[in-house]
Ligand binder design. Structure first.
Ligand SMILES: Nc1nc2c(c(=O)[nH]1)N[C@H]1C(S)=C(S)[C@@H](COP(=O)(O)O)O[C@H]1N2
Ligand SMILES: [Mo]
Length: 215
């Protein structure tokens, strides 16, 4: 599996293009209080990845959760499905400037994950790893929120491979790169470790409402 460096560089250019540049104001929808600064609405759902869309059969799919927790685990598809699953309706903000409102999801609340694995008091950060070798990182305090979840259905259909199926993370309050598609492993840690885009100049905090795009 090779990450497509051209795609990586093109995405970096897109992200940095807007830095301090008033020309981007044309994209701002001032009338919609749900659209963060510098974002515009789309009706479609663009696909963003590193040039790899891993194909993970349900019978091979595993989600490992490990690190500073009382109960490390490895869920297969049946284990995942037997957990308590919920519905979510959330907005989606990509740092390349598009936003998509009112997505309907089914998935597993991250609070439920935390109840099962029980982080130790030393756990302060969470690292997410994907089947395409993508990574992204978050403070545990940010993941421990009612609207953070693992998603396996979007608008009442199984989450497509393009969008990160079988299962991806969704963190609605942050730019979408913080939501790992094709999720494979979640590791709780004492220390922060930057993920794929965070080491390439994206913000470590990724707050759309603060226009917080670069690190
Ligand atoms: N595994 C993985 N997750 C990923 C990415 C990726 O390249 N690989 N790209 C991120 C970025 S930059 C964005 S904007 C969203 C895009 O999700 P979408 O393709 O479903 O719109 O996924 C995020 N999660
Ligand atoms: Mo993105």
């Amino acid at each position: 599996m090779d990450i497509n460096e051209k795609i990586v560089q093109a995405k970096q250019r897109l992200m940095f293009r807007g830095r301090g540049d008033s020309a981007r104001e044309v994209d701002v929808d001032y009338d919609d209080p749900r659209v963060p600064p510098g974002q515009h609405l789309v009706n479609n759902w663009p696909v963003l990845d590193l040039g790899i869309k891993p194909e993970v059969d349900l019978q091979d799919w595993r989600l490992d959760i490990d690190g500073q927790i009382e109960h490390p685990l490895s869920w297969n598809w049946k284990d995942y499905q037997s957990q308590s699953l919920s519905h979510f309706s959330t907005d989606f903000h990509c740092v390349t400037s598009w936003s998509r409102l009112d997505n309907e999801w089914e998935g597993m609340s991250f609070k439920h994950v935390l109840e099962i694995v029980r982080p130790l008091s030393t756990a302060k950060f969470v690292l997410f790893e994907s089947y395409d070798e993508y990574t992204t990182n978050l403070p545990l305090s940010v993941c421990d929120d009612d609207d953070v979840f693992l998603a396996h259905q979007w608008n009442h259909q199984p989450l497509s491979r393009d969008h990160g199926g079988p299962v991806r993370m969704i963190v609605p309050k942050l730019y979408a790169w913080k939501g790992a598609k094709w999720i494979k492993r979640i590791t709780f840690s004492e220390h922060d470790a930057k993920g794929f885009w965070e080491v390439r100049g994206y913000s470590n905090t990724a707050l759309p409402w603060s226009n917080d795009r670069y690190g």
